[in-house]
Design a protein. Structure first.
Length: 904
């Protein structure tokens, strides 16, 4: 008998009955039943007495049906308040037998979502046909009022956007913590016999997660704790307990103690204590989203993307984000040591910083030469929109009443308040959609339209972004880009496309991921970010060169023009580096524009603007349509690979800069892989199209035929390869309609399948390329290559490097890749190609390899970009490239005049 008050159980008895028919018997274990107000969730393990062997299932005619035969005759009856309900008459959500463990059976989770007018006041009976098991009282968890409030938010329409099935939140979601639960719980609670409330909270967390902890011991301590009323639960206990539950939902959901909630509120108002950087969790490690200007972190040279490995010699691996933030905060003037891992550097960085009060100045501005203005937004706070308006008024006054153009700097802006970003965007966009949010339920969906605020004239705008631009700054940049109101310059942004809602509760608040936001053209930025119109190689630092270059863009009188952009010295960004140093390769393939203000009504999507090809020295707008399908498979249940997904992402990004319409797929199952290839073929049907297929992952040959292996392949025999994998010949059939086809297979990794079958051999089988096709392997036929120790595989790494070389025929690209890979491996890995191409193809053209008439266009655009310059280096760069060009005499005269002025 368990007596509780207000929304808790007055009496709860739960009887669980089970039977699986004559085929097998089963036993119920690990039952968890808990009640929140008028709802009940029941989860339990069902273990077969005569389990089905999963390996036997694998070779059965229908493995899926074989495995699903466990527990297929389960039915459920619930007796609630003395009334009997069948499965069909209740609103139940569950996933019967979704998890199969060989020899053990499966996990069941029923969420009873029916609303009962009188609540559940008496008893609950769950019946599963025949045999029975009575639960101990401790197996039934009655939630406290505060716990009920937490789960009410989780269970409503708020959490886990992609998960329509609530059982994934209640059961599977928290089971992701199972492997770490002992460590989490032990760290969370110093369990003492007299700390009854800690024992109870720990028991809740362990029971809910389904983890293998000492449940009997916990239950005994809980039983003991009932003899006396539990003391009040402190903030630390609440924080650990709720984070144990919420942390499995996504990296951004968390419980905020009253203190943390107050600090968050202060932070959005512009003042807080700490080191001055925005951090997020990635793969269990705190990662710097962005340092804040004029703070200890900024002055120490910390960059966006730095991984924080240690704080004061304490490892941050799997440390809750709130704990990491607390360690970095402290009294002003005290020291804290950080160990950082920076991408591209093998040795960790060790820094000692002095804590300081962080005063965030949201908006800074200054006048640039010739009537242009510069506004930097460091963070979106409550007053940011007003401060931007005041800055623009000041800039106009300093420029004689009007601005010729604006450089809007969002680099290292970690975001902030959504409404603030919408308000700023509304100043530059007359009407239409700024951003939309979509949650799991329709009630979470919102559309933010341009507000009725004072509008800026339609002067050109250049927006600067980098890897530290996140969240609200991405919303602003994305809106201006999609409305064609600005040119976005810099590096790809961070890619934080989720929305967190702060839900105040009695003690503190919940920070819950409630939606994904989308730019006006419907693009999600989650883990993708904003792709700049002009991509610059940037290291995350703030430099004057980028500002200078952005101002030059605004001077361009033409509505659109093409530029080749590449620099390894951002701090010295002079205009000639964008043209004279083109040999370092094209880093962008876009139209650079300063268009008039967009006018999109309602939810209207702007018309799709096809990317204008990049030009290395105005390099080559390809005459052909370019389409690429890029697939990377890493997450194999056995023999998982480290690099293929990274390889696919890098290749996709590069191909896009080269003018390809790219279809990218990661960790695909067979059905999805086949669909992607079919879609690829449909795009290739257009006359004159160049098609490239790139694949990284496991592949194998069987009896001379090559197969690519999806992540869900269940390969147990040679025959199963044909039904579970994808035949490379089917891909070649799709390429047959293209004007030119290229197949790149980084699929020669050693895999666990080939050794099983008599007809299989190592690596891939040699193939003869059909007419108009080139086939490239990462290593020779019949050989295997390692996955690699770096972020990318060796073959893909060298291929990416060669794609930066303009003017190379495709055959020469692969020839150079072959030479570099062979040299790096002492001929242990020698890439291979088979080609039947009948024409020339260049990934990146030069003016010399461009079609007739392009060279003149290149010179004209080059001249237009420098003709109004007051920098002698710009005209020197033009004369170096075009000594006998049509504007050479004018350039010499202007160069002479600038030299005389400089001597004076």
């Amino acid at each position: 008998m368990l007596t509780e008050t207000r929304g808790r159980l007055r009496w709860l008895g739960l009887l669980l009955l089970l039977g699986l028919g004559a085929a097998s018997a089963a036993e119920i274990k690990n039952v968890v039943a808990y009640q929140q107000a008028d709802r009940v969730v029941v989860s339990y393990d069902l273990e077969d007495a005569n389990p089905v062997d999963a390996h036997a299932c694998a070779s059965a005619p229908r493995p899926d049906l074989c495995q699903e035969s466990i527990g297929t005759s389960v039915a459920a009856l619930f007796a609630i308040n003395g009334h009997l309900y069948s499965h069909e008459s209740l609103r139940l959500e569950g996933d019967v037998g979704r998890k199969v463990t060989p020899g053990k059976g499966r996990r069941f989770s029923w969420n009873v979502l029916q609303d009962f007018p009188q609540g559940i006041a008496s008893d609950i009976l769950l019946s599963v046909t025949s045999s029975q098991k009575r639960l101990r009282e401790s197996d039934v968890v009655s939630m406290s009022d505060q716990q009920t409030e937490v789960f009410r938010w989780i269970d409503a329409e708020q959490i886990k956007l992609a998960e329509a099935n609530r059982s994934l939140v209640f059961s599977d979601g928290t089971q992701r913590l199972a492997a770490k639960i002992d460590e989490v719980v032990n760290a969370a609670y110093a369990l003492e016999p007299d700390q009854a409330h800690l024992a109870k909270s720990r028991y809740y967390c362990a029971r809910f997660s389904g983890a293998n902890v000492a449940k009997d011991q916990l239950a005994a301590q809980w039983q003991k704790s009932k003899s006396s009323p539990p003391p009040a639960i402190d903030d630390a206990t609440h924080e650990k307990y709720f984070n144990c539950l919420l942390g499995s939902l996504d990296p951004h959901s968390a419980y905020l103690t009253p203190e943390a909630f107050r600090e968050l509120q202060v932070g959005t108002k512009g003042s807080f204590a700490g080191l001055g950087m925005e951090v997020a969790l990635k793969n269990g490690i705190p990662v710097v989203v962005s340092p804040i200007e004029d703070t200890p972190a900024f002055r120490a040279g910390i960059l966006a993307g730095d991984r924080i490995l240690e704080i004061d010699a304490r490892s941050t691996k799997d440390m809750p984000l709130n704990d990491a933030v607390k360690l970095m905060r402290g009294p002003k003037g005290t020291r804290v040591s950080l160990t950082l891992q920076r991408e591209g550097q093998a040795a960790p960085l060790r820094l000692t910083l002095v804590r300081d009060v962080i005063l965030v100045r949201s908006v800074r501005f200054r006048s640039l030469a010739d009537g242009y203005g510069y506004v930097r937004i460091a963070q979106f706070q409550e007053r940011t929109a007003d401060d931007v308006g005041a800055a623009l008024d000041s800039l106009r006054a300093a420029s004689g009443g009007s601005l010729k153009g604006l450089v809007l700097d969002l680099r290292n802006d970690p975001g902030g308040l959504l409404n603030s970003a919408v308000s700023v965007a509304s100043r530059f966009i007359d009407a239409g959609l700024i951003v939309s949010m979509q949650g799991r339920e329709k009630s979470s969906n919102q559309h933010y339209q341009a507000q009725r605020v004072a509008k800026e004239p339609a002067y050109p705008i250049a927006v600067l972004i980098n890897g530290g631009s996140a969240s609200a700054s991405e919303i602003l940049a994305g809106a201006l880009q999609d409305h064609r109101r600005a040119t976005v310059v810099g590096a790809r942004s961070f890619g934080k496309g989720s929305v967190q809602t702060i839900v105040p509760i009695d003690q503190g608040a919940l920070k819950l991921t409630t939606a994904i936001y989308y730019t006006p053209n419907g693009k999600s930025l989650q883990q993708v970010g904003i792709e700049p119109d002009i991509a610059l190689d940037q290291d995350g630092s703030i430099d004057e060169g980028s500002i200078s270059f952005a101002q030059r863009l605004l001077r361009e009188p033409s509505a659109t023009r093409n530029l080749a952009v590449r620099t390894d010295r951002v701090e010295q960004l002079k205009i000639e580096e964008f043209f004279a140093l083109y040999k370092n390769a094209v880093r962008a393939r876009v139209a650079v524009a300063a268009p008039a203000a967009g006018r999109l009504a309602g939810n209207q999507v702007p018309p799709r603007v096809d990317p204008v090809p990049s030009v290395a020295t105005l390099a080559a707008q390809p005459d052909e349509q370019r389409v690429a399908l890029v697939i990377g498979n890493s997450a194999y249940p056995t023999a998982a690979l480290k690099n293929p997904v990274n390889d696919a992402r890098a290749i996709s990004a590069k191909f896009r800069t080269l003018g390809f319409d790219v279809i990218t797929r990661e960790n695909v199952k067979q059905k999805d892989m086949t669909r992607a290839i079919t879609r690829f073929g449909e795009k290739l049907a257009k006359s004159g199209t160049v098609g490239i297929f790139y694949y990284a992952g496991h592949g194998m040959q069987v009896r001379g035929k090559n197969y690519l292996i999806p992540v869900d392949a269940q390969i147990s025999s040679e025959a199963s390869v044909r039904s579970e994998a994808v035949d490379v010949d089917s891909l070649l059939e799709q390429l047959a309609t293209s004007a030119l086809g290229i197949v790149i297979l980084d699929a020669c990794r050693n895999n666990p399948f080939e050794r099983r079958f008599r007809g299989s051999a190592g690596g891939l089988a040699q193939m003869d390329a059909p007419k108009g096709t080139l086939i490239a392997y990462a290593t020779a036929p019949g050989k295997v290559a390692s996955d690699g120790d770096g972020r990318n595989g060796l073959y893909t790494q060298e291929f990416l490097r060669m794609l930066d070389e303009p003017g190379l025929k495709v055959e020469d690209v692969f020839k150079r890749v072959r030479r570099r890979v062979a040299d790096a491996t002492a001929d242990q890995q020698v890439p291979w190609e088979s080609s039947s191409l009948t024409g020339d193809f260049y990934f990146v053209r030069t003016a010399q390899t461009a079609p007739a008439g392009r060279a003149q266009d290149a010179e004209l655009l080059f001249w237009q970009s420098v003709r109004e310059s007051k920098d002698a280096d710009d005209f020197s760069a033009y004369l170096k490239k075009y000594p006998n060009g049509q504007f050479a005499d004018i350039a010499r005269n202007r160069l002479k005049g600038l030299s005389v002025t400089k001597r004076r």
